[in-house]
Design a protein around this ligand. Structure first.
Ligand SMILES: [Fe+2]
Length: 275
């Protein structure tokens, strides 16, 4: 059986379309989505509809949660973007469909020895697992894994293997064999906003039965997404939001786009640079 596991689409339609096309060429039997359908990008409607159709197995991400509740634990910049998305959805006639989709997403999915969750096994929404994560936190996470856990959230492909309680990690995973007696925690990277430093390609994973993980990188029309950001309402919306303008100033950012309240430019730049 082949499973495609995708995460962190962040309302980037060209990236999702390209990933789905690539998945079709791989003959995957099913697609599992690890959360953050929305946030950052403008195409929340198309993306949530496409995910509902193609990836019926899915979990909730912190940006999905922020839209149906409030941006809890976000930095000022992420909170502004989440609030914009929330307003856009709430003000749109078609927003109800997106809210229904987001509201139904569970915190985690368990299928036999496989766990699917957005952030980490010990905290489905917020705790990042990165190359610098301390041993104690890693141990707690592996204690919550029967054999395989697939996560997203950091937008960075990262592959953890645990043998007899000792974890090791691989920073640039490609095709990795899985030993039946070992445990694994596998970050599948991000489709819509990769943060790999210089690589803007959409990233996802194919799980071959339960014995091989294959990372796939897919080129997509980045300019089309940048155009969509530039044509979006984010900058115009922000100018009229005193509370959020204040928050941006409080963040004391040195980012030239953010200082000028050019959030479209900021998001486009990050997408282009893969960071
Ligand atoms: Fe995300």
């Amino acid at each position: 059986m082949k499973r495609a596991i995708i995460s962190d689409v962040h309302a980037n339609l060209p990236a999702l379309e390209a990933a789905l096309e690539d998945i079709a060429t791989q003959g995957a039997d099913e697609i599992i989505f690890l959360g953050d359908a929305v946030g950052y990008g403008p195409n929340w409607l198309e993306v949530t509809q496409m995910l509902a159709e193609h990836a019926p197995k899915a979990v909730m991400g912190n940006h999905d949660c922020a839209v149906i509740n409030f941006p809890f634990g976000f930095n000022e910049v992420a909170a502004v973007v989440a609030e914009w998305t929330k307003q856009e959805i709430n003000q749109s006639e078609e927003g109800e469909r997106t809210l229904q989709y987001l509201n139904k997403l569970p915190d985690a999915l368990e299928e036999g020895e496989i766990l699917y969750v957005h952030a980490s096994p010990i905290d489905s929404m917020m705790v990042y697992i990165d190359k610098d994560t301390d041993d104690d936190t890693l141990k707690k996470n592996f204690d919550d894994i029967e054999r395989l856990a697939f996560v997203g959230h950091s937008h960075k492909p990262l592959f953890w293997e645990e043998e007899e309680g000792i974890p090791t990690h691989c920073l640039s995973p490609s095709t990795e064999d899985l030993k039946p007696e070992h445990k694994y925690m596998i970050n599948v990277g991000s489709v819509g906003q990769p943060r790999e430093g210089g690589d803007s390609r959409a990233c996802y994973v194919i799980l071959h039965d339960a014995n091989k993980v294959e990372y796939r990188k897919v080129e997509y029309n980045v300019q089309r997404h940048i155009d969509a950001l530039n044509n979006s309402t984010i900058n115009e919306w922000l100018q009229g939001q005193e509370k959020w303008v204040e928050k941006v100033h409080e963040s004391e950012t040195k980012d030239p786009f953010i200082s000028k309240l050019d959030f479209a430019g900021y998001l486009a730049h990050r997408i282009e640079m893969g960071k």
